[in-house]
Design a protein around this ligand. Sequence first.
Ligand code: AHZ
Length: 300
Amino acid sequence: MSLTAVQTSVSESQLKLVGVNGKAKTEVAEEYNGSYRFAPIEEAQVTRAMIKRYFNTMYERAISDVVIVGAGSAGLSCAYSLASQRPELKVTIIEANVAPGGGAWLGGQLMTPMTISSAKLVSHTKTKAPFVVVKHAALFTSTLLSRVLSLPNVVLMNATTVEDLITTTDFQGQQRVAGVVTNWTLVALNHDTQSCMDPATITAPVIVTATGHDGPMGAFSAKRLVSMGFTKQLGNMRGLDMNRSEPAIVNGTREVVPGLVMAGMELAEHDGSNRMGPTFGGMIGSGIKASCPAAHEALR
Ligand code: AHZ
């Protein structure tokens, strides 16, 4: 019997151990050993299936109820809390990286276990442990991502960068943030090498910014608030102190300027609070807390 490359990795005796979709085990073994077929498909169908949905989504979400910038642990926690409790809100997440999740795929120093510190209330009533350990950070992040993406009112546009903020003057004459300026990340990274490549926009009554601490992309909105004159100067993140950092971030989560709620480690750069390091309770708490002012603004 001639076997394809795929089939050579599965022995006939292995195949006989399983049954698929109610088929007899011997029938499955036969299919995988030469007669397995897919339904016929045209290449254009595949391309059109993607294009139509992607651009329909862009068209529809050009006006959103809430935009969340950054799909790290804080942004995703905010998205889950907000979109699951308020299914009527169109929540659009913009993530610069191809892979959403930010720094939450690992614990610290490229190690896999993730610690999540307990809120004091919980440790007093239920357990004395100051934190729980998730066996692999990817388990936390993939579970959260899958829950967020399963919500019908959530859209995630990854490989897309927020390049700027949109502002407007409200009916009281006050300046507020009213949307984001977006571009595909590969375009945004090439503004220095190509002539003007204009962006697109998404307007929304409220933006949640959770772009993390300073780095190649981080603290985007905090820095832009300074150059736009909304904020005088950055506080700049201080040295690592887990005991000070987590409460500072959760307690400091707020609408920093009208229309812009800030969450996660971006707040450390904005307010000048401490670095947190590899513990994630503060990020989850901050994301959940950010969903309250975001819902309030979106539903006004
Ligand atoms: O790619 C960024 C990351 O996934 C994304 N992002 C940044 N700028 C963006 C922009 N447009 C779109 N202009 C942008 N996306 O934002 C995400 C931030 O995730 P993160 O995990 O870096 O931040 P977080 O605040 O959710 O969690 C931080 C967790 C900590 S604490 C810490 C330390 O103390 O050293 N380090 C990390 C990673």
